[in-house]
Design a protein around this ligand. Structure first.
Ligand SMILES: Cc1ncc(COP(=O)(O)O)c(C=O)c1O
Length: 394
């Protein structure tokens, strides 16, 4: 049967990570591949209590259809969280989504037509690329360094490519772990305001800082309604609850609501109420502090093991938070070709290529440090370093 798929599917690339994750189920494999939080730190007993309270006190409402915009008391909780990050925000400004992935997908659908150009960091979050690709867009890469995207490169790109929006992950970026410097946030906003460029600011990791000082989001500078800000509970509570939120300029928010009606009517009433009861009755900041402590130690362990074991031609980033670091291999190394050898040694990473809109970037590897215990990090990095040393010698 010759199935005539929609044209948009021709431009969406499958996620290598999802394919790799299938292999990670094998028990003796050490995986630095997924972007998974540490499951042993999930607040399971607190969520259990919250779920029981919701079902006992408001069972029928929790199982009923709800508003597309989200459960108002939870919108209030997220508005307060957003304000604590320096952004002026009321409950009515918050739209609850089925995770930030849906925020990305809906925003893409309301703004992007085939052929439109998007500016992205290079590399950038793989599943955001997938969401944008399904709108048949063009990508233009903004040059980046260890301080994030370089604003000085923007005017020429904007004048040449006429982008509709710029997508950025300013805090502990996925995949590099890099943070956009404070003065660059200001410069980025000024340029966006000058050209009327929309900014899509994706901030799932901002709360997971291990060292240094918090930097206010770009949205905190937004006097002209140019920034769409999105965040999620996936890294600070649990990703299985599939709950995120978006704060967008009013006209855009209105269209996102219409698009969400078509996508799923609303996010799960039960999950939203459980989360609301959890935030109301438990101290999530104390929980986030425990995660930060544990991930900070895991990062330090991975960094030290890399220093001890990696051949000198390899270097890596030094993130101040988040869940990933980014390894640069010598130019002669293709990290996709390294994968099968790493798999033989029972260690996994994500090859860099998938994070580049144009498929370049073959000499990079993304390593996740949040999902492995310090012992596993020690063993896994020793295995990986062995594979790298053997490859670099060839
Ligand atoms: C940069 C970025 N944006 C969005 C998401 C998706 O988050 P959620 O689980 O809320 O859909 C992720 C998940 O890893 C991410 O790294």
């Amino acid at each position: 049967m010759n199935i005539r798929f929609a044209r948009r599917m021709a431009s969406v690339r499958p996620s290598t990570i999802r394919e790799i994750l299938k292999v990670t189920q094998q028990p003796d494999i050490i995986s630095f591949a997924g972007g998974l939080p540490a499951p042993e730190l999930f607040p399971v007993s607190e969520i259990k209590v919250a779920a029981e309270r919701v079902l006992t006190d408001n069972g029928p409402q929790a199982l009923q259809y709800g508003q597309t915009e989200g459960y108002l008391p939870l919108r209030e909780t997220f508005a307060a969280e957003t304000r604590s990050r320096g952004i002026s925000c009321a409950a009515e400004d918050v739209l609850i989504t089925t995770g930030s992935q849906q925020s990305l997908d809906l925003t893409a659908r309301v703004l992007l037509d085939p052929g439109d150009c998007i500016l992205t960091e290079n590399p950038t979050y793989l599943a955001a690329l997938q969401a944008f690709q399904s709108c048949e867009v063009r990508f233009a890469a903004v040059p980046t360094d260890e301080g994030g995207l370089i604003p000085e490169a923007l005017p020429e790109l904007i004048e040449r490519e006429h982008p509709k929006l710029l997508y950025t992950i300013p805090n502990f970026q996925n995949p590099t772990g890099v943070t956009l410097r404070r003065e660059r946030r200001q410069a980025l906003y000024e340029i966006a305001a000058r050209y009327g460029l929309l900014i899509l600011e994706d901030d799932p990791y901002g709360k997971l800082r291990y060292t240094g000082e918090d930097i206010p989001p770009v949205k905190a500078l937004d006097t002209q309604g140019l920034v769409i800000y999105m965040s999620t509970v996936s890294k600070t509570v649990a990703p299985g609850l599939r709950t995120g939120w978006v704060v967008a300029p009013e006209e855009i928010a209105h269209k996102i609501v219409i698009c969400k009606q078509a996508a799923d009517l609303h996010s799960s009433s039960l999950d939203q109420r459980i989360l609301h009861a959890y935030f109301r009755d438990f101290d999530n900041q104390a929980h986030v502090n425990r995660i930060r402590q544990a991930y900070g130690e895991r990062y330090a362990q991975m960094d030290q093991c890399l220093r001890d074991a990696m051949p000198p031609e390899f270097s890596w980033t030094h993130p101040e938070g988040g869940m990933f670091l980014w390894v640069t291999c010598p130019e002669s190394v293709n990290s996709s070709e390294l994968m099968p050898r790493a798999l033989q040694e029972k260690v996994l990473f994500v090859p860099g290529r998938d994070f580049f809109p144009d498929g370049s970037g073959t000499r990079y590897m993304r390593l996740n440090f949040s999902n492995s215990s310090p012992e596993k990090i020690r063993t896994g990095i020793a295995r990986l370093a062995g594979v790298c040393a053997a490859t670099a010698l060839v």
